[in-house]
Design a protein around this ligand. Structure first.
Ligand SMILES: Nc1ncnc2c1ncn2[C@@H]1O[C@H](COP(=O)(O)OP(=O)(O)OP(=O)(O)O)[C@@H](O)[C@H]1O
Length: 325
């Protein structure tokens, strides 16, 4: 089977309450009818801002949440209705350190979770040392998890998610909070899993990570699919322009609008970094535009200006809007 995940017109609503004194019941539409397929062996990324609907999608696909309507199938089984058949074939790895027994060693954690998945003794005896090796924990396998670094705990989370040798692995922000080396090691493990034929769906807020790892990326915006393509094709949305990045203090919305209305400027996104504002100015010829932009900002303290190639993050900002003034 080539299509491993099939999602059609998936809708999920949550009941919620609004107001402090007088509570009013409201429905939140977290997913508004999204559709996509994932092929065998793919690393498929789900990107989107906070509250876009990524976790809701993953929870439905991992049988933890029922959809309001629409279809979600994994390996030919309905994630709601055929969860008994599906659960042994998938696993879910979330970032952070939740879900491990800190008083137990890595080996004992993996034995415990193998028991939960009813992995027989013979298979387990072979698989646990292999998993410890895969995530680089063989040397420390018999020490208590509470003595591990964050990166080691996160690598153990990966091993935990593999105890049942799942065909499809769901990962929610697997590298969150890791230092660059720890995150790089974890990405290597993810690529390794993919080369072993596993299908991986992951969410991340790190654009370079999605760019580096994913075969295809779905961008979800407010419960809807904003784009679905390879990182290269998504980046080509930006072909023909570069980005001028200006670090500045105290720039007003009025000045941003002046920059935005200059001929040759495609788009301007603003983000706050402590006291600084960082302007990401997308332009067809940034070198030519620099004096005009600097003229508008002449009364502001400018701390740096840099012209760079457009990245996946710039494409993402164009698709979901991003933070604008
Ligand atoms: N149990 C719940 N009850 C009410 N609303 C919920 C519940 N879970 C999620 N939501 C809402 O559904 C929407 C989508 O949430 P979801 O957690 O899927 O987003 P996300 O893309 O995973 O966000 P993040 O990147 O912050 O994890 C949000 O508006 C959220 O507030």
């Amino acid at each position: 089977m080539n299509k491993v995940i099939e999602v059609k017109n998936l809708v999920r609503e949550y009941d919620s309450a609004k107001g402090i004194i007088k509570k009013e019941n409201v429905k939140i539409q977290a997913l508004k009818g999204i559709s996509f397929d994932v092929n065998k062996g793919e690393i498929f990324g789900l990107l989107g801002q906070n509250g876009a609907g990524k976790t809701t999608t993953i929870k439905i696909l991992t049988t933890l949440l029922a959809p309001t309507s629409g279809e979600a199938e994994v390996l030919g089984y309905k994630s709601f209705g055929e969860e008994k058949q599906l659960r042994p074939l998938i696993n879910f790895i979330f970032g952070g350190e939740r879900g491990l027994y800190w008083r137990l060693s890595a080996r004992d954690n993996l034995t415990y979770f193998s028991d939960l998945y009813k992995v027989d003794k013979k298979t387990r005896q072979k698989r646990i040392p292999e998993l410890l090796e895969l995530v680089g924990l063989s040397d420390r396998a018999d020490e208590k998890v509470e003595t591990y670094s964050k990166g080691m705990k996160q690598r153990l989370m990966i091993a935990r998610g593999l105890v049942n040798d799942p065909e499809v692995i769901f990962m929610d922000e697997p590298t969150i909070g890791l230092d660059p080396v720890g995150a790089r090691d974890l990405r290597k493990i993810i690529r390794n899993l993919s080369s072993l034929g596993k299908t991986i769906m992951l969410t991340t807020h790190y654009m370079f990570e999605a760019d580096e790892l994913c075969d295809r990326i779905a961008i979800i915006n407010k419960g809807e699919l904003a784009a679905l393509d390879t990182p290269m094709n998504l980046k080509s949305i930006n072909s023909g322009f570069s980005v001028m990045e200006v670090k500045v203090i105290g720039v007003t919305p009025d000045k941003i609008n002046k920059i935005r209305s200059l001929e040759g400027i495609e788009n301007v996104f603003v983000s706050q970094q402590e006291l600084l504002q960082v302007l990401q100015i997308q332009c067809s010829n940034c070198s030519d535009m620099t004096p005009k932009v600097m003229n508008i900002l002449k009364d502001n303290k400018t701390l740096g200006i840099n012209i760079r190639e457009a990245t996946l993050e710039d494409a993402y900002l164009n698709l979901v809007g991003g933070v604008t003034a």
